[in-house]
Design a protein. Sequence first.
Length: 670
Amino acid sequence: MTPKKQVSPVIRISQGERDASARATHLEAATRKFLVTTNERKQMSTTTNFKRIALVAVAALGMGVLSSVPVNAAIGTSIAVTPVAGTATTATSDSSTAATVRVVYLKSAAALAIGDSVTVQAILKTAPTSSTLINDDIRTILLDTGTSGLTSNVDTDLVGGLSRPGGLAANAPAATSNGQPLAVAADTFGAARTFIQFAVDTTAANTVYSSANYGVFLDTSARILAIGTYTLSLIATPFVGGVIDSANQRVTDMTIVVTAGAPQALAAVATGSTAVLQTGSSFTTDSTQDSTTVALGTASTTAVAVIRVILKNAAGTTGARESVTVTTSLGTVGTSGAFGRSVTLVYDTTFLDISVRPDGSAGVATITISTPSVSFAAKTVTFYGSKPATLVASVATPNLKLGSQSDVIRVVAKDAAGVNWAGALYSYASSAADGLIAGSATVPVLCTWNGTDGRHECAVTGNAAGTAKMKVFNYATAALGAAADLVTAGSTVTSNEVSVVVNTKTAATVKISFDKATYAPNERARIYVTPLDSAGLPIAAATFTNIFASGGISTNAGFTFLTPTFADSLTAVSVTTRGTNSSSTGALAGAAMYTVFMPAAGGTVTLTATGGGALPAAGQVAVTATATVTDSGAAALAAVNALSTTVASLKTLITTLTNLVLKIQKKVKA
């Protein structure tokens, strides 16, 4: 233990005297300071009161003398704008990522009479170099109406029947709903943008602060945001009595930083991503099906087709960002200045249009499109040579009426490589005599290319009754001697000769028929109704009223029809015939067609009809058509009988072979 020190009595007495002296000195100083401070406060209070009285007097004089000064001029000087930066990604930019701005201003009861208000506007100041954003892409929305304890009255238009503020364009559209953005085409600040206006509160007749909080974001519905920092200028403009107070306008900058976002938002997925080929130099139709494109292979900088690529990410938005690689076996592909047989392109928008150009090659180009994550089905474009090598003509409409009819002659044109040739072809009558019946021997008729069916279709005009021979050429002057339209004699190609019939006769009889003589149970069958002239020949397509007597066509068997209306049509007395044959549907030129399904039971099916009032008396007679439905039971019995006969033959053969073996065995033993 540390020994306890002893203090001398002399020292204790001396120290106690010093402490008492210090306490007395401190008390005296504090008392003096308190008295001085109290006197100063009394003097200041008196001075302040005099100043306040003087200010009130001056203000009262000012209100009486300077009556031209706005009663709420303090609105402009009181405006306070507080921005907070926003954040967005290339895939997400909405109210959840918006920059925010708080606007506060002082309003008074006197403002009720003159309509004071403040507009809040946002315009683009700076953007990343690669950005295509414009002022129209800026959206300003109301988040809430201020802070508790402060009044607020936010609207897109003035209240109380007052006019719109003078700072807005006269052609500004009407307000849509309270607190929502209102588009303005242009205003005195010279830029299109959105705004929100808030005015005096008609329910509160006291002087208070009015406030509101807004969100500002970049709309991505029309374009993709480039990565980087966007600077926006927030403009708070006061209107005193409906007149703009430019001197007190507040301009405050705020930023929105756009980042790439999560990696998965940038990756493309197959679901929703598309690549569609469309014929032409630009993608003009919002189609989802590929076009059939056949184009001249001569080298050109004009696109013959465009492939639109749209990439979607896992969220289903167009925020995917992947390179697109395009490769073609013929021609060139690309966009802007980047063209070649294989190119890799940047995808940084809502879609990418890839042009397809000819490069002098002929054949079928196979085009593949892929990204690091998605591969699309290959596209094809057919490039044909400068002239056809063969023209094969056939007649689709064998019976013509007077006047022009389309799709009469069909031509399959091939170039030297066997590729469909889609250039210009012309039809002519083979001679002047033929031209008197159909077409013309001197005036060319341009044929139409049908890309879907891969052929040319030529119209022919019927001039008079008879049969005419026709040809198709790849030049517009029929006479070889007139070389105005000929490049060289070697460039001309002529098709085979075909014949067309112009029939001006009227219907004399009507025929009904099946497309086959025998059918299996429930097999599809086609029934033809063919009006014939007095020579028994088909006539040109037309509508024949009352070609049948009442009841139309009747049958002894129960057909099954594709639709109920077909049953009604079979009993109709009028028909409309086709002009062309169709290998896909089975339709015949000059006939009307009905499709039915045969009965399940075997037997003979008979159709019966009687010629109607459209025919002469000799043609108003009964007509019939028959077909056989194979009896399934009889067919099975015949098969069994055939099998029995085969078995009996095999049994006889086996017996004969057995007897032969026995004879051989006996001879061997002997």
